[in-house]
Each structure stands twice: as structure tokens, then as C-alpha cells.
Write a protein that binds this ligand. Structure first.
Ligand code: PLP
Length: 476
């Protein structure tokens, strides 16, 4: 399998090369040259694999379709090492539970940091360690997080040979639990950088450093942000696992509702659907930061400035532009790299927006690609958390609540199961749960008292030079 850039660069790359890279040389995102097709026989085989051999075996079979530069036995071993019941809590790894008529919740948040990002990041940690050892190289991971990415990356990379992590986060904007999870890590290869700014300032710093090719090469800078193809690929697996748990035969379809921010999670659903997984609809759920909902309703993609990026009670969705969205738009415009470049490098890059409302392709977003969207507000989250607890005795987190609220509105065909992806556990956002229910969610024993642990964090202004200087000083 070869990978190409969404912005039309002529070069083609293999999986292990893009594994250790961020953006393509032209600023685009890497995409597979084609989507391997899963027909009826293959889907039956995958059904059998998941049932009889488990999630790791399912992951191996799907990843093998996209990775041909790691020997099969090694890839199989890496999957088996990653997706264990010890790390993820159950044999199914992503168990499906029934909520109400036609509505299911797929639990993606039982990994080490209690958010769905562990699903991809735990695999990435093992892939990085494997590939770096094979090459005799080192890698310095520079990332930006508003909470869940950073802790998932740090828990995946801590103690891994050949890897250092430099993780920027917006100072004071993460929940106390999230800060404690990240800043309490004492591993020498983990560096927390608290930036005076919002998440997008952090993301801009990461982009600026990555665009300085000399610095990037000298300090072997890599990324684990959601633009990394390997992360997206790892996420494709749980769409299959959700589908296989919800259905008995391949004639059945399901829909997914995905609490969305950077469009990484739902983009994996798009990939699964393009491979032929029988998904009827992919529903984007946003919070008050609704750039994606606006696009799917109107055809206008309008990024927001810092002053219009709201701090909400589902903070991992507080984004002003969706970094993975370009991947979907690339498919939407018929994989036209020049067109994608004009939309993202020129229109978004200069004017902060593009408008496809008059373009025939825009209709395809729902008609051909199955997308729908809606948004959810703080009041909706509180009401949904309250109602779900009162009726079913289940406590859901704030992001999942955005998903459930939107899923109920967008359910559509009642004979098609709607699966809401549970992207975090409620303990990560205890304040809002208390506001909704007047009680705190249960805290898993291993997280007792983490807020009191000593913290390792460096505060810095939103300044690219100072971040570079910090990295240079801590690379040996
Ligand atoms: C990261 C995250 C999201 C958003 O996922 P994207 O891939 O950025 O769309 C939603 N919920 C939680 C809890 C997250 O950590």
C-alpha cells in the first residue's frame, strides 16, 4: 500500500515512513492510495475472527490491509501486545451496551487514561518503539493537547526506548483530573509544556515547528496528533468491532454517532464505510464549537479565531478548526489534490473559510458518504446526563452526552441500530457530572488521590522560539 498527500504532492510513501512523520511535505495529510474492499466473504471471516480470536486478531487483519512493510508475525505480535484485557478491562476491548430502543453505546474508554484516544495511542507506542529500534533511530514527539490526546500519548510512550514526548497544552484549561494524569508522570522521557493560550495556539506552535524543516530534521521531530495516519487506522478497527457486535448478518446496517472535534474519530468511520462496512449514517455531534456542524448543514467551512473558541464542559471537542477534516474533503472533491490544496492552503489558509454550498460535491456529503450532524450545548449535556442516569442508572461523560443527545435527534430509520461512541469516562469531567446529578461519578481505585501527586510541568508563553529552545535543551 502506498500513501499520498491530500494536496497532490507527487511522492508516494510506505506505511512505516509516514508512521514517523506528521504532515506531508506540501502541508497535506497522508491518505492511502485506495481503500481495500471488504466484501461479504471477508466480512464473514472478520466476524469469525473477532468472535473466536478476539479484538487483537481483528485489528491485525484490518491493519494488514494497509501495512505491508512490517512482517506479518511482528505486526500480529504488536497487536496482541496492545489489545489485552489487562490494559482495556474486558475481553471484547470495546464492549457494546444497550441504552434504549435502537440505541447502543460502544465503550472505547476503558484504557489507561479513560478516553478513546488510548485505542490508537497504545498501538502507536508499540509501533514507534518497534520501528525506531529497527532503524536504530530516535524520535522526539511534539504534540498539542486540550486534554485527552496528551495523556493518552504520554501513557503510551512513557518509558519507551528511543522516544521523548514534548506535549504542549493550554495553561489552566484542562480539568484538574486531566492535569493530574499528565503532570504527575515522573518518567524522564515525558515533558509537559503548559502554554499561555488556547488549544489552537498550541496546535499552531506544533505546525510552525514542523514546518521548520531544518529544525525538524536536526531534532528528529515527530507527532502523535490525530493527523497521524496510524492513529486513524487503529480507530477503523473499532467501527468493525461495533458493527460485528450489533449485527448477526451482513445484510444489517448500523449508524454511528461520534462526539467530534478534530474529525479524527469519525474520519476512521468514513474509512470503514469506504471499505464496505455496512454503515448507513455517520452522525457528527459537536458542542458549542460547531464548525463541523455548520459545514454539514450549510456547506460553509468557517474556522474560528481564539475569541470565538468557547471553553465548554466537553472540552476535548473545543476546537476552532478540525485538523482531520481535510482528509474527508479530499475524498468529497473526488481526490483532487489541486482542489484540496486550493481549499485548505489558499482559502482556509488566507481567508479562514471556504464555501461548497453551490458545489455538486456538497450534496454527496450526505447522499453518497452518509454524513449528518447536529450540535449540543451545556444545557443539553446536563439534561442528557440527568435523564440517562434517571432512566437507566448509567452515568455518561459530557462528550458522550453530546453524542447521545444528537443520536436521539438523528436516529432516522428505527430498524437500523444507532451506536454512540463513548469517548471518555465520566470521572474525567467530574465537575459537570456533579452539576447534573448532585453526586460525583465513581473513581477507579488506581486514580485515587492523583491530584495530590507532585507535578512535572514547564509553563511557557505561546512563542515558537521558546518552545524550540526548550526542546533543543532537553534532547540529550
Ligand atoms: C479527542 C476527543 C474527542 C474528539 O475526537 P476527534 O477525533 O478530535 O474528533 C471527543 N471526545 C473525547 C473525550 C476526546 O478525547
Amino acid at each position: 500500500m502506498q500513501y499520498l498527500s491530500t494536496r497532490g504532492h507527487a511522492e508516494r510513501k510506505r506505511f512505516c515512513d509516514i508512521l514517523l512523520e506528521g504532515l506531508a511535505p506540501d502541508g497535506g495529510l497522508y491518505m492511502p492510495e485506495h481503500y481495500p474492499q471488504i466484501g461479504d466473504a471477508e466480512l464473514n471471516a472478520l466476524r469469525k475472527t473477532y468472535r473466536e480470536e478476539g479484538y487483537a486478531a481483528l485489528a491485525f487483519r484490518i491493519l494488514s490491509l494497509y501495512i505491508d512493510d512490517i512482517p506479518a508475525a511482528d505486526l500480529q505480535r504488536l497487536c496482541a501486545k496492545t489489545y489485552t484485557a489487562e490494559v482495556f478491562g474486558t475481553k471484547e476491548i470495546v464492549p457494546l451496551r444497550h441504552l434504549e430502543d435502537g440505541l447502543w453505546i460502544e465503550a472505547l474508554s476503558n484504557g489507561p487514561t479513560l478516553a478513546f484516544k488510548d485505542m490508537a495511542m497504545q498501538l502507536l507506542g508499540n509501533l514507534f518503539e518497534y520501528e525506531l529500534a529497527r532503524r536504530g533511530e530516535e524520535l522526539n514527539i511534539l504534540g498539542a493537547t486540550s486534554g485527552d490526546t496528551g495523556s493518552a500519548a504520554e501513557y503510551a510512550m512513557r518509558g519507551k526506548r528511543g522516544v521523548r514526548v514534548f506535549m504542549t497544552s493550554p495553561h489552566g484549561r484542562m480539568s484538574p483530573f486531566q492535569q493530574a494524569q499528565m503532570f504527575s508522570l515522573q518518567d524522564a522521557n515525558i515533558h509537559n509544556l503548559a502554554i499561555d493560550g488556547v488549544f489552537d495556539d498550541c496546535q499552531d506552535i506544533v505546525k510552525a515547528v514542523s514546518n521548520d524543516h531544518a529544525f525538524k530534521a536536526q531534532y528528529k521531530i515527530g507527532t502523535v496528533n490525530s493527523i497521524n495516519w496510524a492513529r486513524l487506522l487503529a480507530q477503523v478497527v473499532y467501527y468493525f468491532a461495533g458493527y460485528l457486535q450489533a449485527t448477526q448478518s451482513n445484510e444489517q446496517k448500523v449508524s454511528f454517532t461520534v462526539p467530534s472535534g478534530n474529525f479524527g474519530n469519525i474520519c476512521a468511520g468514513h474509512v470503514a464505510r469506504q471499505m464496505g462496512l455496512p454503515i448507513e449514517r455517520l452522525v457528527v455531534a459537536t458542542n458549542e464549537n460547531d464548525v463541523l456542524d455548520e459545514f454539514f448543514r450549510t456547506g460553509v467551512y468557517q474556522v474560528r479565531g481564539s475569541e470565538h473558541t468557547y471553553e465548554t464542559s466537553s472540552p476535548s471537542m473545543d476546537i476552532s478548526k478540525a485538523s482531520n477534516f481535510e482528509r474527508f474533503v479530499f475524498d468529497l472533491v473526488g481526490r483532487d489534490g489541486a482542489r484540496t490544496k486550493a481549499l485548505f492552503a489558499d482559502a482556509v489558509g488566507k481567508a479562514g473559510r471556504f464555501d461548497l454550498s453551490q458545489d455538486a460535491a456538497f450534496k454527496d456529503a450526505s447522499a453518497k458518504y452518509g454524513f449528518a450532524s447536529a450540535k449540543s450545548t451545556h444545557a443539553d449535556r446536563l439534561a442528557t446526563i440527568k435523564d440517562t442516569y434517571a432512566r437507566f442508572g448509567q452515568i455518561i461523560d459530557t462528550h458522550t452526552a453530546d453524542g447521545v443527545k444528537v443520536a436521539r435527534e438523528q436516529r432516522g430509520n428505527p430498524s437500523v441500530p444507532m451506536i454512540v461512541l463513548e469517548t471518555a469516562l465520566p470521572i474525567k469531567f467530574a465537575e459537570t457530572i456533579e452539576e447534573a446529578l448532585g453526586r460525583a461519578p465513581e473513581r477507579p481505585a488506581k486514580f485515587e488521590g492523583i491530584e495530590q501527586l507532585p507535578k512535572r510541568v514547564q509553563r511557557l508563553p505561546a512563542d515558537v522560539q521558546q518552545v524550540k529552545a526548550y526542546i533543543a535543551a532537553h534532547c540529550n
